[in-house]
Design a binder for this molecule. Structure first.
Ligand code: TRP
Length: 344
């Protein structure tokens, strides 16, 4: 009987799809990250076998001498946990805790060609942005990312549009490995997004999406005053001039934010006012800032609470590292065998 259950459990485990995604430890989580990425991670951890990690090695490619690497890593970890990543459901770990990844990276580097690496858009961007530091880590960024993914034989990689070329490289390296060593060991990983269901969260500067570097974001750790200040400063116009006109982008953006944090009746109320040309943007912003604060407050409290709990964090990181290494070392020992390493 016991054997039957074990067998059954094993099967259901194996039917789950393997998901990997990496998070760069830069800056604080904002509402755009929350609705764009974190919410999906939280959904995926329910039904798939998920590995989520903090890509601290990758951060060195642009910031080789960080002021507070550990602090940055801790902050992202804390914020993702507060937002709902669950270490009992997903494997949550720090990239540099899993040395098997660097071994696979080294091996994959032997089959990655300078030409193809130099041609990637993100590398060319970085060459333009940091001409004083075009290091080999930057060039081989996609190789390390491929190692991150295929070390767990993942097939689903939830990432944004900007990562699609890196995913294409990961597929290329996986396929090339299979071809060169005449195996079908590595599955091909694909970017995964949630299609139209994803709400793109706009920034407060009138156009485009919310982003860290755009300076238009509301962070999950922002306090009430900061939120209020940011929203009151958001770009608007001089108001609607015709009944039922379509709002221009900056105004639509405020409505979109309201759509995710406020009650439907609140949104309807202000949209109606806009349509009737008697909206006061000051009132709209005041309401929006109140509702954003109401949404953010519990997350903010949770972040502050978890941040103090070093004991808990230590446990999370250790458990994550153990689980990730278990999966990674299985892959690495197979890879070594496939290439031809043998112990004496
Ligand atoms: N390059 C990704 C980013 O900039 C981070 C990342 C590193 C990643 N390794 C990964 C994402 C593996 C998905 C899978 O956001």
């Amino acid at each position: 009987m016991r054997g039957f259950f074990l067998q059954k459990h094993k099967n259901t485990m194996e039917n789950k799809q393997i998901v990997v995604s990496g998070i760069r430890p830069t800056g604080n989580l904002h509402l755009g990250n929350y609705f764009g990425a974190v919410k999906n991670f939280i959904k995926m951890q329910e039904n798939e076998k998920c590995f989520f990690f903090i890509a601290d090695y990758h951060s060195l490619t642009t910031h080789p001498t960080p002021n507070d690497l550990h602090g940055n890593v801790k902050q992202v970890l804390v914020e993702y946990l507060a937002a709902g990543l669950n270490p009992e459901k997903a494997t949550i770990y720090i990239q540099s805790d899993v040395p098997e990844v660097t071994e696979l990276y080294l091996l994959l580097n032997m089959n990655a060609y300078i030409g193809e690496l130099e041609r990637t858009t993100s590398f060319k961007d970085k060459v333009r942005k940091q001409p004083e530091n075009i290091n080999a880590g930057l060039l081989t960024y996609p190789v390390l990312m491929a190692a991150d993914i295929i070390i767990h034989k993942a097939i689903k990689v939830p990432v944004g549009k900007d990562q699609e070329q890196n995913l294409e490289m990961a597929r290329k390296f996986a396929k090339r490995f299979n071809r060169m060593y005449k195996t079908d060991f590595f599955p091909e990983p694909y970017p995964y997004n949630f299609g139209d269901k994803l709400i793109k969260i706009p920034g407060l500067d009138g156009s485009g999406k919310m982003g860290k570097s755009e300076g238009n974001a509301i962070n999950l750790i922002d306090d009430e005053k900061t939120i209020h200040k940011k929203i009151m400063r958001a770009v608007t116009d001089s108001g609607p001039t015709e009944k039922n006109q379509t709002p221009p982008e900056p105004i639509q953006n405020l409505f979109t934010l309201m759509q995710v944090v406020s009650d439907k009746s609140t949104l309807d109320y202000f949209v109606d006012k806009y349509k009737n040309c008697d909206i006061r943007y000051g009132d709209l912003k005041k309401q929006l800032s109140e509702d954003v604060n109401k949404f953010v407050a519990p997350l903010r409290d949770k972040i502050n609470e978890i941040k103090k709990d070093d004991e808990y964090l230590k446990k999370v990181v250790k458990t994550g590292a153990d689980k990730a290494r278990e999966s990674a070392s299985k892959t690495i020992s197979e890879v070594r065998k496939i290439i031809g390493f043998k112990s004496f």
